[in-house]
Design a protein around this ligand. Structure first.
Ligand code: ADP
Ligand code: MG
Length: 285
């Protein structure tokens, strides 16, 4: 069974004036059908306003379809009785770590989720320790979150979600407010959760280098899924990405330009090592 499945999902934001009359409708997600298998690492790209956050909020049952259906681990988000189980199954991490951390001490913060779920105290302690270890923040467990860097705070937020033992974590631009070191820490932690714990990851990001390790990429535009494929397939379509106002990794772009100028280089180069290899072949053949 798919861990996440949307069927013809459409969502309208409806703006009303003071008297409650409809002033305008924005269709933020427009007839999206997608499925994600357990254990997959999915990246979602798209220009601002393309509907990524709106889609993400449906997976955690924060928003509900105007039309169509969303299933999380087989549970229909429209069915009220599933709400609690859905939020336990699919955890969510947002952009600003300062809005997500509420505890005075790191370990206390990470324990809030399981505590609210009614997990027994002994088990909470175990879950907090194991979650902090998984994101490399165990040694900071007694610290005040205020004293941490952005990347460390974001890893504490991820540990907080992890402590609820989700099958899937949706991260909505978790690195947007971080410096390059913080970004790397967070992506490394997320990648490890996917590889070691087999947790399904749905990562929304603007940074192209963060999606290179994904199994599949969805590119959104105006509420639709405009492109879908492996990172290599997606990055082979440089002109289409540019038309959607998206960049490609620098090395991919460089390879693409060289190819346009006549060098015999394959499409979808993702790393410097691949470009070096391709250039060697050009000059040795
Ligand atoms: P993204 O995350 O890709 O930037 P969003 O899902 O936030 O896109 O937004 C999709 C569209 O919905 C945009 O046109 C945006 O202006 C609109 N939108 C987002 N949130 C709201 C809201 N709370 N009320 C009204 N319109 C909204
Ligand atoms: Mg967004």
């Amino acid at each position: 069974m798919e861990i996440v499945k949307t069927k013809n999902l459409t969502f309208d934001y409806i703006r009303r004036d003071e008297d409650g009359n409809v002033e305008g409708i924005t269709t933020a997600v427009d007839n999206v059908s997608l499925s994600v298998k357990p254990g997959e690492f999915i990246a979602i790209l798209g220009h601002n306003g393309s509907g990524k956050s709106t889609l993400a909020k449906h997976i955690n049952a924060i928003l509900f379809p105007t039309e169509g259906t969303v299933f999380v681990d087989g549970m229909d988000t429209n069915d009220d009785k599933n709400l609690w189980d859905i939020r336990k199954t699919a955890g969510m991490v947002f952009q600003n770590p300062d809005n997500q951390i509420i505890g005075q001490v790191v370990e206390e913060d990470v324990g809030f989720g399981p505590e609210n779920m009614g997990v027994p105290t002994d088990e909470i302690l175990e879950r907090v320790a194991e979650s902090l270890k998984a994101v490399g923040m165990y040694e900071f467990r007694k610290k005040s979150p205020n004293r941490l860097s952005g990347g460390q705070k974001q890893r504490v937020s991820i540990a907080g979600v992890l402590a609820m033992h989700p099958k899937c974590i949706v991260l909505d631009e978790p690195t947007a407010m971080l410096d390059p070191i913080g970004r790397k820490e967070v992506i490394r932690a997320v990648t490890a959760l996917n590889m070691v714990e087999k947790i399904t990851i749905i990562l929304i990001t603007h940074y192209m280098n963060e999606i290179v390790g994904a199994d599949r990429v969805f590119v959104m535009d105006k509420g639709h899924i405009a492109m879908e494929g492996t990172p290599r397939e997606i990055f082979s379509r440089v002109e289409e990405l540019k038309a959607l106002r998206l960049d490609v990794p620098q090395v991919t772009s460089c390879a693409h330009e060289l190819k346009k100028r006549g060098l015999n280089i394959p499409d979808g180069i993702l790393t410097e090592a691949e470009l070096v290899e391709a250039l060697k072949n050009v000059y040795h053949s």
